[in-house]
Design a protein around this ligand. Structure first.
Ligand code: ATP
Length: 315
């Protein structure tokens, strides 16, 4: 079984307990572990795979809490880093008009230092780049630029999820798009939401948007469509793979569960690049990944709701 290295942010989400207030009025918050790449590493490890997290948290109690959450979920954190800078925090509330009010306090995640030890370990394995903060500058962005180069030279299978957060890129969307395009062209697998692929390609028709992404050099694209399932696109074929029916309570982390479950299966076929030649197997894998995404919506919070192996593969 191959290891899947998930590189990016691990942070505290402070979510207002009483929704319907903007942050200026919210009084109490719950502390939750957040960060898409960390969620993906948990999704893989909960399924029984080898998920490794590479990222930085502060040398403070919040950093300790976050690393403990990953450990409890069997994620390998041996290459995670502690920084003197405080742990990154996001404060979130839904205001009365349904708009998300958001304050982001960026700390340790941007202090990640490139670690040359990882380069050899990447050989033939899988690397997932999915940080919402990955293109916001600092050490994390530098590490991204170097690790993708290492991944290519080590023949690793590269997966990319842009995780666009409008709150973080207001007025700077063009810069975000430019940075994404570099990673898309080097990846074997890209996972987008509907809105992300439209934003990045400037093409409202999803199938045409997929063709633009293929022209950039990415051979496998998954566009997640919530309850509608996932559009899978390769250069020759496109299929919408249906999801299962569920009653969703909270959709947070569904996309991370989806990509985690897909990568878990790709890690189990020997050489991950073989999936590029087996469309039928890819479709079968996506239908299991849809189940993982769907199950995650049936509980509150991302990490606690990620499914264990049998819930996805044996029911
Ligand atoms: P995120 O919300 O984590 O940013 P995303 O928008 O990429 O991620 P979704 O499209 O919400 O992710 O969900 C990922 C996958 O989970 C979908 O492709 C689908 O297969 C499954 N899924 C999500 N919501 C539902 C639902 N309501 N019913 C059935 N399946 C769902």
């Amino acid at each position: 079984m191959k290891t899947i290295y998930c590189i990016g942010e691990l942070l505290i989400d402070f979510v207002a307990i009483k929704q319907g207030n903007d942050l200026s009025k919210a009084k109490e918050f719950t502390k939750k572990a957040g960060g898409a790449p960390a969620n993906v590493a948990c999704a893989i490890s909960k399924l029984g795979g080898k998920g490794q997290f590479i990222g930085a948290v502060g040398n403070d109690p919040f950093g300790t809490y976050l690393l403990n959450v990953l450990k409890e979920n069997r994620v390998d954190i041996s290459l995670a880093q502690r920084s003197k800078t405080f742990t990154t925090m996001a404060f979130v509330s839904l205001a009365e008009d349904g708009e998300r009010d958001f304050v982001f306090s960026r700390g340790a995640d941007k202090k990640l230092k490139y670690d040359s030890k990882l380069k050899k370990q990447l050989k033939g394995n899988i690397v997932h780049f999915g940080a919402a903060t990955g293109f916001l500058g600092g050490g994390l962005e530098e590490a991204y630029d170097r690790y993708i180069f290492d991944a290519i030279t080590q023949n690793a299978f590269i997966s990319f999820d842009p995780n666009f957060r409008g709150d973080l890129w207001k007025g700077e969307e063009e810069c975000f798009i430019k940075k994404c395009l570099r990673f898309i062209g080097k990846s074997q697998l890209c996972k987008f939401s509907n809105e992300e692929i439209q934003l990045i390609t400037g093409e409202p028709d999803i199938e045409k948007a997929c063709n633009i992404v293929h022209e950039l050099g990415c051979p496998i694209i998954c566009v997640t469509l919530g309850g509608e399932g996932t559009l899978v696109s390769t250069v020759d074929k496109k299929t919408t793979v249906k999801s299962i029916e569920v009653t969703p309570l909270d959709t947070t982390g569904a996309g991370d569960a989806f990509i985690g479950c897909l990568l878990y299966q790709i890690a189990n076929i020997g050489d991950p690049h073989l999936i590029l030649k087996d469309y039928d197997q890819l479709i079968e894998m996506v239908s299991f990944a849809n189940r993982a995404g769907a199950i995650t919506t049936t509980g509150y919070g991302a990490i606690p709701s990620l499914p264990e192996h049998d819930a996805v593969f044996k029911s």
